[in-house]
Design a protein around this ligand. Sequence first.
Ligand code: ATP
Length: 213
Amino acid sequence: MTRLQALFGGTFDPVHYGHLKPVETLANLVGLDRTILMPNNVPPHRPQPVASSAQRKKMLELAIADKPLFGLDERELRRDTPSWTSQTLQEWREEQGADKPLAFIIGQDSLLTFHTWHRYETILDYAHVLVCRRPGYPSTLPDPDRQAWLERHLTHDPEALHSLPGGKIYLAETPWYDISSTQIRERLARQQSCHDLLPFAVEEYIQQQGLYQ
Ligand code: ATP
């Protein structure tokens, strides 16, 4: 099989098991060689993160320290302009060459708003899109035109992700993790433990930094 690499973008404020564990299963399901976590700097669609860029980067480093599947890409943190996924994937495609299979990972909730992303149609020109399940979000799109777009690009065959450089959407049967960064920030603000929601080293760092209090 050709080596398949994926980028996984997010705010990671903070990173949690709902980010890491579905991707570990996904890697086994589709033969993912490497997943590069890419924290964004100025998320165009949402309020600014609570933790600084340096703190979010440090939490990611701690979370993946013993996980060879994962790497970290800081390019969006280095930019002071909005983190447009289409632009980042275009750059990544140019670096990797035209033929290499590349993918971008999102959760089910992000698929529902995907059509609002800047130049969303072009994303499939640069990479496949791999979707992890997330509790509370349907796997079909409410708008018939969007659903038709989804079905045009859908594949159920992981082999297709290796034989083509990009252009396919794969809805992965990953386990559900009912975890969000919002829920973690709220729990920490109430002085509640989050040890079942994120890696210990990340929770320890959050305490040391006095984050989300
Ligand atoms: P917040 O609660 O602050 O909005 P979040 O938990 O949704 O944050 P993000 O960093 O915004 O986390 O998400 C990055 C990516 O990870 C998105 O594509 C999102 O869909 C996905 N994701 C986050 N949590 C989960 C989860 N529990 N299961 C599956 N995918 C997830």
